[in-house]
Design a binder for this molecule. Structure first.
Ligand SMILES: *[C@@H]1O[C@H](CO)[C@@H](O)[C@H](O)[C@H]1NC(C)=O
Ligand SMILES: *[C@@H]1O[C@H](CO)[C@@H](O)[C@H](O)[C@H]1NC(C)=O
Ligand SMILES: *[C@@H]1O[C@H](CO)[C@@H](O)[C@H](O)[C@H]1NC(C)=O
Length: 532
């Protein structure tokens, strides 16, 4: 029944896109962000290409995964910055070293400060990139002449919105979350009630005790006023100068027609959102393909016990010897076979059941019927592959949105969390045994999977639909809340509250004054009467 329905929907969609696609082939300009963000964005770009659109990526020469030398159908406009790829790689390694080895042992405050310093240091590089984009007359003229219909922007690196404003084209954002949700909240005007929406990166869930709500409020203050993703002061000035009128980074970002959020209700806690926010998490997920022969043989050799997939993501390449040994000795104690994606030195305690791979076809492995559990750092892409295939998880989060992602999965009963910094072999082993042997984890993972699959339109089709919608209608102004035209005190109705309070105060004042006056009068006449 469900399959029939799906078929029917996809036939209609196909006809619709064929009709709309052939009649309307637009031009898309892309402002990407590197690493896993790009891998996700690229899925949408490939779909746009397939539907006949022309896609041009405006990229920095320093990006590592944005493969501008090998076009694969995409056009590239490369901005050459002074830093080369090697030093970008070095910076990334430095950051990962901090994130993996230093940050977990610091207090929340200290690690946040370190994180912020790293972001602010990057401002210098982002500034160069932006200068070389918007102040390069011939580049801007070339882009202007091409007459793009839409710009598709990952706002982690500022400047995309500025280019769109200068070219006068509508734009669509793609984002998982910003630190503390401040960008969605202040620039996109997404409502974030602190009583049941946990601050992003605080690791809290939607059902909070009183003390947790206190903590959540403190996180919100902290993210709003202390730890910020961008150097707002710098960018406000930069944007104002480039546009020749006073503006702010946030105001410019707020002009996004549509915000494509890389999660969905299988992952998110229910919360209020706006009509121009579309939740498209898991758009990269696909049914599993067969594994390479050697890997398939290894998986089959596990028999009834099945296998465990283990990856800490594309960024973490090696661990300290001590950590690697600790992990390997825990893995050696389970009856399952383990496929571990790891590029560091082979740990001495590696068990016979564990095999190390440079790379894993993660989606295909998670979709394999023998896979029982997934050990993950908690990146959004990996979590979505596990949700798609209904695989319970052991989360070892390290930085950025990872602790938050694992908190979501834990709250939904599909994951057990292990602290990367303090874990022992026994902790990891017990977490693994729990998710494999306690059937509730598998059931919950399957429930999330069913929610994910049972959508009227698939996330990738929805993402592409909204980009095409913006192209066809030159924006999506009918979805834009009027709050964008209000000042912050009007938005919170502070002016109205102030006015009403003033009215009430005046009335109370008048009434008391009158009372006092007449009381005095009565008192006086009373006294007079007495004297008489
Ligand atoms: C370009 O990409 C294709 C497919 O992804 C790959 O087979 C080919 O080796 C790549 N070429 C270069 C020069 O990297
Ligand atoms: C400006 O852009 C053009 C066209 O993309 C490029 O050829 C040129 O090298 C750029 N100039 C500078 C100074 O980056
Ligand atoms: C990672 O590996 C390199 C060389 O293999 C080594 O020099 C470095 O210390 C390792 N990093 C960690 C955190 O162990």
């Amino acid at each position: 029944m469900v399959m029939m329905f799906e078929k029917w929907v996809s036939t209609i969609l196909f006809l619709q896109f064929c009709w709309a696609g052939c009649g309307f082939c637009g031009k898309v300009l892309v402002w990407p962000c590197d690493m896993s963000h790009w891998l996700n964005q690229k899925i949408i770009l490939e779909e746009l290409l397939q539907r006949g659109h022309e896609v041009t990526v405006l990229t920095s020469s320093q990006n590592l995964l944005v493969d501008y030398e090998n076009s694969s159908g995409l056009n590239f406009e490369v901005i050459f910055v002074s830093q080369d790829r090697e030093s970008a790689e070095k910076n990334l390694e430095e950051f990962l070293y901090l994130a993996v080895n230093i940050m977990p042992s610091l207090s929340l405050w200290q690690s946040a400060k370190l994180f912020q310093n790293f972001f602010l240091q990057a401002t210098e590089y982002f500034e160069e990139l932006c200068l070389k984009a918007v102040y390069n007359q011939s580049l801007m003229e070339k882009l202007q002449e091409t007459k793009y219909d839409v710009m598709f922007i990952d706002p982690v690196i500022p400047c995309g919105e500025l280019v769109a404003e200068l070219l006068g084209i509508p734009f669509v954002h793609t984002i998982r979350l910003s630190i503390g949700n401040t960008v969605e909240k202040y620039c996109g005007h997404l409502p974030v009630p602190p009583s049941y929406v946990p601050a992003a990166m605080g690791g809290l869930i939607d059902r909070m005790t009183f003390l947790e709500r206190v903590k959540n409020m403190m996180f919100i203050f902290f993210f709003d006023f202390v730890l910020q993703q961008y150097d707002f002061k710098f960018w406000n000035q930069f944007y104002s100068e480039a546009l020749g009128r006073p503006t702010t980074l946030c105001e410019t970002m707020g002009k996004a027609e549509i915000w494509l959020i890389r999660t969905y209700w299988d992952f998110e806690f229910p919360r209020p959102y706006l009509p121009n926010f579309e939740f498209v998490g898991g758009l990269h997920c696909k049914p599993a393909k067969p594994l390479p022969k050697e890997m398939e043989d290894f998986v089959q050799s596990s028999g009834e016990d099945g296998v465990v997939a283990f990856s800490l993501g594309s960024m973490v390449k090696n661990l300290t010897e001590e950590k690697a040994n600790l992990i390997a000795s825990a893995l050696a104690q389970i009856p399952q076979k383990v496929l571990w994606r790891y590029q560091g030195k082979k740990p001495a305690t590696l068990g016979a059941n564990t095999r190390i791979f440079d790379w894993l076809p993660q989606n295909d492995l998670l979709g394999h019927p023998k896979t029982k559990a997934f050990i993950t750092h908690g990146g959004t892409n990996g979590i979505y592959e596990a949700i798609y295939h209904g695989i319970p998880m052991v989360g070892i989060p390290m930085f950025a949105d990872q602790p938050d992602n694992i908190a979501h999965m834990r709250a939904k009963g599909a994951a057990v969390e292990v602290n990367f910094n303090t874990m022992t072999s026994a902790d990891l082993l017990s977490a693994l045994r729990t998710v494999i042997n306690d059937p509730s984890y598998k059931e919950n993972a399957m429930r999330l999977s069913r929610i994910h699959h049972d959508q009227p339109v698939k996330p990738l089709d929805r993402a592409v639909f909204w980009i095409e919608f913006v192209m066809r209608h030159k924006g999506a102004k009918h979805l834009r809340p009027a709050s964008h035209d209000l000042t912050w005190f009007q938005y919170h109705s502070l002016d109205v509250i102030g006015f009403l309070l003033a009215c009430v105060t005046t009335v109370i004042f008048m009434v008391t004054k009158c009372c006092l006056f007449s009381c005095k009068k009565i008192g006086k006449t009373g006294k007079k009467k007495k004297r008489e």
